[in-house]
Design a protein around this ligand. Structure first.
Ligand SMILES: *Cc1c(COP(=O)(O)O)cnc(C)c1O
Length: 222
């Protein structure tokens, strides 16, 4: 994989205003450095230990995003430096991020993960659960987290109509939550959807943040 060339190609396909998160999980530090040297500053990781290791050894001006499922007992390891946590899927996790961010004297931006795809994942809020969680309002008292938008993954299928329908549902749901709960809050603005195989469709459905791994770094070696 020619990482700088692949990165350029992806960048050219993304409009201004859409943030590219280079998903570097399972790729070695040397690969990340190649992207860094080509100007990339936002990297996404999904395993805490690996992220901490990379954070400790790579340049300090990298913005690290946590994009995977985050276990409550591991929040403390990333709270001092994480720029954005994409996949908050329980109140318990949000409370722990708030608590650990307070200990670091930080405010950590987070996104709420929606469960829209047909896949059998246990993670993410259903739309109704998300509505209810926001209506209950405990999050309004949390001083050290900032709910900054929504994140989702579309089903991993070839059926473009299905993928389009899922992105559209997410986009409509974002608008609904924005007007019901965040109308006066400009920080609630991020729509994190789109991966290597579906980011053009995601962008056509108002994505503001695409999380792209394979198209930049090649296949992951597990
Ligand atoms: C791995 C991963 C990605 C990137 O997937 P690619 O298909 O390699 O672009 C995006 N989002 C999440 C949540 C991931 O775990």
């Amino acid at each position: 994989m020619n990482i700088p060339a692949a990165l350029t190609k992806v960048r050219e396909a993304i409009p201004e205003g859409v943030t590219l998160v280079a998903v570097s999980k399972f790729h070695p530090e040397s690969d990340l450095l190649q992207a860094y040297e080509a100007g990339q500053r936002v990297f996404g990781e999904s395993h805490v230990q690996e992220l901490v290791r990379k954070h400790d050894s790579l340049p300090a001006d990298i913005q690290w995003h946590f994009i995977g499922h985050l276990q409550t007992n591991k929040v403390k390891y990333i709270a001092p430096f994480i720029s954005l946590i994409h996949a908050v899927d329980t109140l318990k996790l949000l409370r722990e991020i708030d608590r650990q961010a307070a200990r670091c004297d930080r405010v950590i931006p987070v996104l709420l993960e929606l469960h829209i795809a047909e896949e059998e994942t246990k993670y993410g809020w259903t739309l109704d659960a998300c509505r209810q969680f926001l209506a209950e309002g405990e999050w309004r008292n949390m001083q050290h987290v900032k709910i900054s938008g929504l994140m989702m993954m579309a089903s991993y299928v070839d059926d473009e109509a299905q993928i389009n329908a899922e992105f559209q549902l997410a986009s409509d749901f974002f608008d609904e939550m924005k007007s019901r709960f965040f109308a006066d809050d400009p920080a609630f603005c991020q729509r994190s959807w789109g991966m290597s195989h579906d980011y053009p469709l995601a962008i056509s459905h108002h994505s503001t943040m695409v999380r792209i791994g394979t198209a930049i770094f090649g296949e992951r070696v597990y």
